[in-house]
Design a protein around this ligand. Structure first.
Ligand code: AMP
Length: 282
């Protein structure tokens, strides 16, 4: 069956009717689909009979000086990807369809939304959680799939589902990388050849950190690589590198037991990149 495109709520209801009975998985995206998104769709297939992909560049999660207007929009190509992957419905609402002009109420991401990535992007996680809750309410899937690439986003969505009793199962998906280690991202297309070389320092720093197990040494190893990258041309402009608890995103010290997450964010040229890797205890 061809993929059904739903642009508004009424289309979505009809599309779900056409799909018929059986479990439904939602893969929320901002479009500009790549192999990472494909891997989420394939994982969704293991959890449900039907798959819905949402394509919506959510204005609420972008800060005033961020790249909302220049975020890549490749809708026709996205539809082809979805058709190839056997997606049943693509929900692609306009901003006017999603948000009332006099919108008042949104989800608060709490203190966890103000640390690490949230400290660099004030309001970002409130915007993410608000749109994700709305998408879950509109699509009403049994399962929703999110990438570990955006680790704090995934952790915050799990918190929202627990804190607000949202009736959905959240599935996390591993990060898909280029053969040289660069994590796939819709924003990678902005990188020039030289910028891309600098951008590789992110995954290289994570690999250096992951070769250690004691938290202070993990961080020191990652920081050494990132420091070297600030001297490249073009330089890496480090935003943060932290070793955190994967559930709370609080920093961990050498007394920490169990898994930790090494998270990094940096700019190369005008492009902001994030990445992370789990650090397993010895
Ligand atoms: P985005 O379109 O960037 O908002 O991403 C949509 C979903 O794809 C999110 O759940 C992301 O975490 C996930 N995603 C983005 N990049 C990757 C990747 N390289 N590997 C796996 N999942 C990814």
């Amino acid at each position: 069956m061809d993929v059904i495109v739903a642009g508004d709520r009424a289309d979505l209801v009809k599309a779900k009717d056409t799909l018929g009975a059986g479990t439904l998985a939602l893969v929320p995206t901002m479009g500009a689909l790549h192999e990472g998104h494909r891997s989420l769709i394939r994982l969704a297939r293991e959890h449900a009979k039907h798959i819905a992909v949402s394509v919506f560049v959510n204005p609420l999660q972008f800060g005033p000086s961020e790249d909302f207007s220049r975020y890549p929009r490749t809708f026709e190509a996205d539809l082809e990807v979805c058709a190839e992957e056997g997606v049943g419905v693509v929900f692609a609402p306009s901003a006017d369809e999603m948000y009332l002009p006099d919108r008042q109420v949104g989800v608060s991401s709490g203190a966890m939304g103000t640390i690490v990535e949230g400290a660099s992007r004030p309001g970002h996680f409130d915007g993410v959680l608000t749109v994700v809750l709305k998408l879950l309410n509109l699509v009403q899937p049994d399962v929703a799939v999110f990438g570990q690439k955006d680790a704090q986003q995934l952790a915050m969505i799990r918190r929202m589902v627990a804190d607000l009793d949202v009736p959905v199962s959240i599935v996390g998906a591993p990060t898909v990388r280029e053969p040289d280690g660069l994590a796939l991202s819709s924003r990678n297309r902005y990188l020039s050849t030289r910028e891309r070389t600098t951008a590789l320092s992110l995954s290289q720093a994570l690999a250096a950190g992951a070769a250690e197990t004691v938290p202070s040494r993990v961080l020191a190893a990652a920081k050494a690589v990132l420091k070297g990258a600030t001297r490249l041309d073009p330089p890496l402009l480090l935003d943060y590198v932290e070793l955190v608890d994967p559930l709370t995103f609080q920093p961990v010290d050498d007394a920490h037991q169990g898994e930790a997450l090494l998270v990094v964010a940096a700019k190369v040229g005008n492009t902001r990149l994030i990445d992370n890797t789990p650090i397993l205890p010895m």
